[in-house]
Structures are given as C-alpha cells and as structure tokens.
Design a protein around this ligand. Structure first.
Ligand code: ATP
Ligand code: MG
Length: 371
C-alpha cells in the first residue's frame, strides 16, 4: 500500500558557514499523495536534483522533515529507505548483462535465487523487455529507450515505496521521449508507487504529472494540476514557465480590475478570477496574455498595440505570429496564435495586436527570467 510522501520546511544549504554557501532548498513544503505521479519542474539549478537526492538519503538536509506516512525518513540510513531511483544517465553497469543489472537490488538484499529470477522476469515484462531478456545482452547492446526501461526495471524490482526519477528522458531523442513518457505513466499507474518525476521540460511535466510543483531558486512557487497551473498561474514566472505568456508593462487603473498598457490609451479589463495582482491604482503590473488569447490585425483599433512582424510559422492547427513591440511595452518577442492566416499581414509588416475581450492576467511586477 502506498503512503503520503511529505516535505515539511525542508532546507538544504551546501557548504554551510563558508563563503561558498548555496541555499539550494528554502522551506520546501508539499505532500505527494499515495500512488501519485508528482512532477518537479523548474529551471536549471533550482534544486530539483537536490530534493530527490535528499529524499533518497544521498544528501543530508540542513533542516526540516521528509515523511513517508508517519515515519521521518531522514532518520533512516539511505540503504534502509525503500526507494527506487532512476538517473538521467541511466547509470547501468556495462560489464553486467541486463538480468544482472536489474537483479542487483535484489542481490544486495540477499533475496533467494528462485525469487530473483521470478521478480526480474515480472518486472522486465512490465517494462516491455521480455524478448530482450531472452537474449540477455549487456546494456550497451540496447537502444537508448531500451536502456531506459532497464533503468526503470532496476528501480522497480524490489517493490520500492517511493520511485524517484531524475530527468530520465533527457538522453532520448524527441520522438522517443514522447513515447517513453506515456510508458512511464502507464508503468507508474500499474504499480501505484508514490513517484517524484523531475524534469525541466514543461510539456513533459504537464503531459504526465497528476500534479506539478514549480521551483525557482529553491523555493516552491506553485503546486497544482497542469490545468490549474496553466489557467491560474500565481505569478508571471510560473505563467511563462508553464506554457508561453506574453507580458506587457502596465499600470493598475482606478477600478483595480483593469489595467492600461504603459502610456497607451489601452485599457485591458480582466476577469477577477484571473486577477493575480492585489495592486493599488497606479501601481505597476505585468499584464499577461497567452498566444491564443491575442489577435493580430493589419488595422489599428482603440485597444491595440503596434508591433513589427518577425517570423510567421504554420504549425498545423494554428499559425504563430512573432511580433516585436517597443521594448518599454513588452521586453520579449510576442507570440500570437491565429486559427488561420491573417489577410494582408506578412513578415516585416507593422501590425496591431490586441488581447481578446475578457482575456488576460495581471501579475505583480517581477523579473521573469527563466534562467
Ligand atoms: N554538491 C554540491 N555542492 C555545492 N553546491 C551544490 C551541490 N549540488 C548542487 N549544488 C547547488 O545547488 C543548487 C541546486 O542544484 P540542483 O542540482 O539541485 O539543481 P537542478 O534543479 O537539479 O538543476 P538541473 O536542471 O541543471 O539538473 C545549484 O545552485 C547548485 O549549484
Ligand atoms: Mg538536476
């Protein structure tokens, strides 16, 4: 039976009390539900691997608690924590055949030979490698996706309470990644093991996670389902990390449910449910709109912002227009998705972009750099 995995005010400081101190995890608190596939998402260096390694006991935390059910696992030595881990590099043993690679965790636990055989056979079936097991080559004789399955089988073979996956798909090509992420979800749901899956690929996290946590500089910025994070991001950073968000410099108006973009006489009126800013009238905000919440037109209207068209891309279901507005209006290239080509607009033209009525977000002003 799976239990909760919960983090309570977990802090990790590397090289504490030295000039080189790094506060890698800051008061991290959240709970992974029993049998949940929970994704940790965030830019490079935000603390994802540190949290995973701390859970496995490969790193000791500076303060806080990591609980599995009612047990504080930080008091348990790493080899007694019943945790399966898959690393980005797979870390398979090249000198052992795939049977022995998978059996390793059972041998360490001194499981009788007959049971080793039974468990390895079962788990190889679960990950879809029963044919390869018959040949039983070294992992070096397998494709990237197959090696990845061996790594997952090796982590699952001793029925761990918790499964930790650190960017397990990073070494695979794009097509195989998409396939394997579906496989990982299938295997995880079949085994119902409480799982933490680390990635910095938002599409991957949204596609497979029951829920996601977005980390930035060791701090959990937001937790929710893909839908919650996409539709109700709490701040501009999350909004731009989970999907694309076009951001404009704006000012809150008198009524606080509308803002104007910079000095332009454009008022964007925003639905309260999407309003993430508690700013007072006159205070600066970022106004956000997703690519599908905006439109491009060759003609000026009262509520449009001028810009120059960069690249136009046909992406099947929609056409993506890249538009550059003045930097004091929007610092980054805008991306606008239109259901069809806009008549009279080509690359290099001046166009007018607007946020569709009732669409858009307000965010407190902040640095939204993804780095
Ligand atoms: N052993 C260590 N000693 C000192 N600092 C470390 C150590 N390991 C990690 N750090 C620092 O802690 C922070 C978090 O690192 P971590 O490896 O957890 O990031 P990450 O989110 O996994 O990044 P990536 O996506 O690049 O794998 C970084 O600033 C990193 O430099
Ligand atoms: Mg990492």
């Amino acid at each position: 039976m799976s239990l909760n995995l919960s983090y309570q005010k977990v802090n990790k400081v590397f090289n504490e009390n030295t000039k080189a101190a790094v506060h890698a995890l800051k008061d991290v608190s959240f709970t992974v539900n029993p049998g949940e596939l929970f994704c940790l998402l965030g830019p490079s260096g935000c603390g994802k691997t540190t949290l995973l390694r701390s859970t496995a006991g490969l790193e000791s935390i500076t303060s806080g608690e990591i609980m599995y059910g009612d047990t504080d696992i930080t008091t348990i030595p790493p080899f007694r924590r019943n945790i399966g881990m898959v690393f980005q590099s797979f870390a398979l043993y090249p000198h052992m055949n795939i049977f022995e690679n998978v059996a390793y965790g059972l041998r360490v636990r001194k499981v009788p030979e007959a049971e080793v055989k039974k468990k390895v056979t079962e788990v190889m079936e679960l990950v879809g490698l029963q044919e390869e097991l018959k040949r039983n080559p070294s992992p070096m004789g397998l494709s990237g996706g197959q090696q990845q399955r061996v790594a997952i089988a090796r982590a699952l073979v001793y029925n761990p309470d918790i499964l930790l996956l650190d960017e397990p798909l990073a070494n695979l090509d794009a097509k195989l990644r998409r396939y394997m992420r579906g496989e990982i979800r299938r295997i995880q749901k079949q085994t119902n093991i409480t799982t933490l899956f680390v990635t910095h690929d938002q599409e991957e996290a949204m596609a497979i996670g029951d829920r996601l946590a977005v980390l930035r500089l060791g701090v959990v910025e937001q937790i929710g389902t893909s839908d919650e994070l996409y539709n109700h991001p709490q701040n501009a950073f999350v909004s731009n990390f989970i999907g694309k968000m076009n951001l404009f410099q704006g000012t809150i108006e008198k009524s606080a449910d509308s803002a104007r973009i910079k000095d332009l006489p454009i008022t964007v009126s925003i639905d309260h449910s999407r309003n993430s800013s508690d700013g007072k009238p006159g205070s600066p905000v970022l106004i956000g709109a997703r690519p599908e919440q905006m439109s491009v037109s060759p003609t000026k209207t009262d509520d449009s912002v001028p810009g120059k068209v960069g690249i136009i891309q046909h992406l099947g279901q929609f056409i993506r227009y890249e538009v550059n507005a003045a930097p004091e209006i929007s610092e980054r290239t805008l991306e606008i998705d239109m259901p069809h080509m806009v008549q009279g607009v080509k690359e290099g033209d001046t166009v007018f972009v607007s946020i569709k009525p009732g669409m858009g977000y307000f965010f407190p002003k902040e640095n939204t750099s993804n780095e």
